[in-house]
Design a protein around this ligand. Structure first.
Ligand SMILES: *Cc1c(COP(=O)(O)O)cnc(C)c1O
Length: 234
């Protein structure tokens, strides 16, 4: 039987190969365990096995597992669809909210963080495939969103996140490259009060390609936890 430690080690090896193949250091890549539908015990095992962070998709699940002490020892990220009425459960709880996609969410996060007296770290989710049904901001809206984020004192914008169209393996590469270009362009603009340091993209099926295109954060679920046993809307 393959253990959690074996699977995390294998993912780390694959990350290292991809990083080295393009002249980067394996330590530059942050491994986020995407733990939707997985129980608190599995999350604890993944943290013990050495993942860098844990990413949850659903607020209620996050709240339950938080109460069970599942995340002790690793930063907690939120990577799922964001709803305004759920922000109160996330701001100040999640170390990084990766899936911010519009102005209103930025403002609400800022307001909530102000009442808590904190600065909330966020990423902007980009709908790089310009898919109708997909979450994320249109790439053309990024300049406005970065300007706004930089003006909000209780929000710290740290980078970009994307979930490109689902294809097998290599076919995502052009989307990953486009994301990297956006990331570089935005970073070059040096928006006030914005630190464009994180590029979060790549999942179990395509994280090596994402890394080769420039990702420094990957979100891996299945390759760490095994197949999810019940369907879950993202
Ligand atoms: C589920 C999920 C992942 C991980 O997907 P796997 O294919 O299981 O690795 C990554 N990012 C997001 C936003 C997800 O919802």
């Amino acid at each position: 039987m393959e253990t959690m430690a074996d699977r995390v080690r294998r993912v780390r090896e694959t990350i290292a190969e991809a990083a080295v193949s393009c002249g980067r250091k394996p330590e530059e890549i942050c491994l986020v365990a995407a733990s939707k539908t997985m129980g608190a015990e599995a999350v604890r095992e993944a943290i013990l096995a050495g993942v860098d962070a844990v990413g949850e998709n659903r607020c209620q699940e996050l709240t339950e597992k938080l109460a069970q002490g599942a995340y002790t020892g690793a930063p907690l990220h939120f990577i799922g669809h964001l709803q305004q009425n759920k922000l109160k459960y996330l701001v100040g709880k999640a170390d990084l909210i990766q899936s911010v996609e519009n102005e209103e969410l930025l403002r609400q996060i800022d307001r909530r963080a102000e009442t808590l007296g904190i600065r909330q770290a966020v990423l902007l989710q980009v709908n790089i495939g310009r898919e109708e049904q997909k979450g994320g901001a249109d790439p053309d809206r990024l300049p406005e969103l970065c300007t706004l984020a930089g003006s909000l004192p209780h929000v710290r914008l740290e980078g970009l996140m994307a979930v490109p169209p689902v294809f097998a393996g290599q076919e995502n590469y052009p989307y990953f490259e486009e994301m990297y270009q956006l990331f570089i362009d935005i970073r070059a603009k040096k928006y006030n009060n914005v630190s464009m340091n994180i590029l979060s993209m790549g999942m179990s099926g395509d994280y090596p390609a994402a890394i080769r295109a420039g990702a420094n954060m990957v979100r891996v679920g299945t390759a760490i936890f095994g197949a999810r046993t019940y369907p879950q809307t993202v």
